[in-house]
Design a protein around this ligand. Structure first.
Ligand SMILES: NC(=O)N[C@@H](CC(=O)O)C(=O)O
Ligand SMILES: [Zn+2]
Ligand SMILES: [Zn+2]
Length: 434
């Protein structure tokens, strides 16, 4: 099937293109971008007037919960939710049951995804066996099986010597290390929200900035000595941003990601009785959020990822202290990025394409994230003017745990095309789809 996308605003960071054009997809590849392309009879035509046409979005940080925790999500439900959210590639974190720490488990995810997912799913390998922090997992074997990165996400590897060994192996395999930065020994017992005046008033135990910051500092120093490429997950504090700035200034191979909830909400907006405001790291102060926004604006922060962390209703339906950390994000990320960042003039649409597609591709040394002629036809079409109200009941994800239910937002995914095939098409858009 050949697809002609008409009259869209084609935004491609790789070629520095930002122009109203037609884009033609043939045999799964980008064939041509021109002012005006005339469709032949058998072509599918998508009217993209008023829409961004971006390289397919890439989410470096997703929890698919498969294997073992599929009551929360699985590869099929998660990848369908991702396609609806505009993503053509997602990276799955290895904190499943069992943990993904050997090649066979990587292959299980890749094979199931190839068979059943509408988009590309890449499985990340754990740093240590069973994420127990004691013995390294089979990193080389997993690298041969195609992992794009290693990560202990959900926790930090507290044994710095062991972590440095892992970093050296990752460097040899030419894959990055994705770091979840958290020193649990620094947080209050049952810490569940940021440590500040407001949460103290609420009587909730806290997680201070240092819980994150000391490990960010450590991991940058370890990566420097190990010669590894380090990607810092879900940065939430102002000092994280500052340390990434310094690392970059020094020429280290360090990148940072921020999640929509951290650039949208602050700790003083937490509803004490709603654990959908509980995630790790926690919502921080206005000062931290400002630093994240500044980091996004001046490109210290390279990547916007979701940290999509689905949990069941029963699990989340517990008091703040007892509920698990995490919220879903695949189906709200584009709207929050447009509403909070693009509309407010913090980043340009070009920067949005960089942080949600081109830069994530660069982090994992992928040739995706571009609309160059000849590239695989992974394309996302977004209507930035479309206003709607977020309704978690319409999510394709099994997880409905979001603090953004009922929020009025702007920016809707119209279509997601993966390898030249329609992975998702918005109902309304489908009506005009010839
Ligand atoms: N972010 C979260 O709050 N939760 C994640 C773990 C993680 O990303 O650290 C999860 O797996 O549920
Ligand atoms: Zn994490
Ligand atoms: Zn995570």
């Amino acid at each position: 099937m050949n697809i002609l996308i008409k009259n869209g605003r084609v935004i491609d960071p790789a070629t520095k293109t930002d122009k109203i054009s037609d884009l033609y997809i043939e045999a799964g590849k980008i064939k041509e971008i021109k002012d005006e392309i005339t469709p032949s009879k058998q072509d599918k035509v998508i009217d993209a007037k008023g829409c961004y046409v971006m390289p397919g979005l890439i989410d470096l940080h997703v929890h698919l919960r498969d294997p073992g925790l599929t009551y929360k999500e699985d590869i099929v439900s998660g990848s369908k939710a991702a396609a609806k959210g505009g993503f053509t590639t997602i990276l799955a974190m290895p904190n499943t049951k069992p943990v993904i720490d050997c090649a066979d488990r990587v292959k299980y995810v890749h094979n199931k995804a190839k068979e059943m997912a509408p988009i590309h799913v890449l499985q990340i390998g754990a740093v240590t066996k069973g994420q127990a922090g004691e013995e390294l997992s089979k990193i080389k074997e997993m690298a041969d099986a195609g992992i794009p990165a290693i990560s202990e996400d959900g926790k930090s590897v507290m044994n710095a010597g062991l972590y440095k060994e892992a970093m050296k192996i990752a460097a040899e395999c030419n894959i990055p290390v994705f770091a979840h930065c958290e020193d649990k020994s620094l947080m209050e017992v049952k810490g569940c929200v940021n440590s500040d005046e407001y949460t103290k008033e609420l009587g909730l135990p806290g997680i201070s900035n240092a819980v994150e910051d000391v490990i960010v500092a450590r991991d940058i120093l370890l990566a420097k000595e190990a010669g590894a490429k380090l990607h810092l997950c879900h940065c939430s504090t102002k000092d994280s941003v500052e340390m990434i700035r310094l690392a970059k200034e020094e020429g280290l191979d360090v990148t940072g990601e921020v999640c929509p909830h951290h650039f949208t909400l602050t700790s003083d907006e937490i509803d004490k009785d709603d654990s959908n405001y509980k995630m790790n790291p926690p919502l921080r102060t206005k000062e931290d959020k400002e630093a994240l926004l500044e980091g996004l604006k001046n490109d210290i922060i390279d990547v916007i990822s979701t940290d999509h962390a689905p949990h069941s209703r029963d699990e989340k339906n517990q008091p703040m202290e007892d509920a698990p950390f995490g919220i879903v994000g695949l189906e709200t990320s584009v709207a929050l990025t447009i509403t909070e960042l693009v509309e407010k003039g913090i980043i340009t649409p070009m920067q949005m394409a960089e942080k949600m597609s081109y830069n994530p591709a660069q982090v994992i040394h992928s040739n995706k994230g571009t609309l160059k002629v000849g590239a695989p036809a992974d394309v996302t079409i977004i209507d930035p003017e479309k206003e709607y109200v977020i309704d978690s009941m319409t999510f394709l994800s099994r997880g409905k745990n979001t603090p953004f239910n009922g929020w009025k937002v702007k920016g809707m995914v119209k279509a997601t095309i993966c390898d030249g095939k329609i992975a998702y098409m918005n109902q309304e858009a489908a009506k005009n789809f010839k």
